[in-house]
Design a protein around this ligand. Structure first.
Ligand SMILES: [Cu+2]
Length: 169
């Protein structure tokens, strides 16, 4: 008897709790060639995060009024809104860092390792036990222009926003 075809759903948004989520990055005026995705996968004890991005701007040290460019701060922000808005200060609608446990910056649930560019390309995978995939649906991820110092409050002094992606199941 032939095996029946596997019936894959078109999308998984009605499966709760979701075990995977993805944010497709939207580039802004400060990094118009940026493309990338962030995948969140439920694993034992927490969540594995994979980010792959290309089109990051070249590293540049701070100079005069110009901020350092790269490595790039990377976080979950509280609003699932990636409107570019003001081109001089893009993606402000994504709001502040997602901070469900009222922690100082450096220990926000969505404080992530910074992204190091390799001629514009960056790819890292890491584990966090600070949230489940179901906790972050409808939030956003943001990649910043400057490095995160992990102690300046409230956001690590990582500067303007290069890209934003809404986290979807
Ligand atoms: Cu941020």
């Amino acid at each position: 008897m032939p095996k029946p075809p596997i019936d894959y759903p078109d999308d998984y948004s009605d499966h709760y709790p979701p075990r995977i989520a993805v944010a497709i990055l939207k580039s802004g005026p400060l990094a118009p060639n940026l493309k990338g995705r962030v995948f969140f996968t439920t694993v034992p004890g927490g969540t594995e995060v994979l980010v792959e991005v290309s089109g990051l701007p070249p590293y540049h040290p701070a100079e005069g009024n110009q901020p350092q460019v790269g490595p790039h701060g990377f976080h979950i922000h509280e609003n699932g809104n990636c409107e570019v808005g003001d081109c001089a200060n893009p993606f402000s609608s994504a709001g502040s860092h997602w901070n469900p446990h009222n922690q100082p910056h450096g220990n926000h649930a969505g404080d992530f390792p910074a992204l190091f560019s390799n001629h514009g390309y960056s790819c890292i995978t890491f584990f966090t036990d600070k949230f489940q995939v179901s906790d972050i649906i409808g939030k956003s991820v943001v990649i910043h222009q400057s490095p995160d110092d992990y102690h300046s409050q409230p956001a690590g002094s990582s500067g303007k926003r290069l890209a934003c992606g809404i986290i979807k199941a």
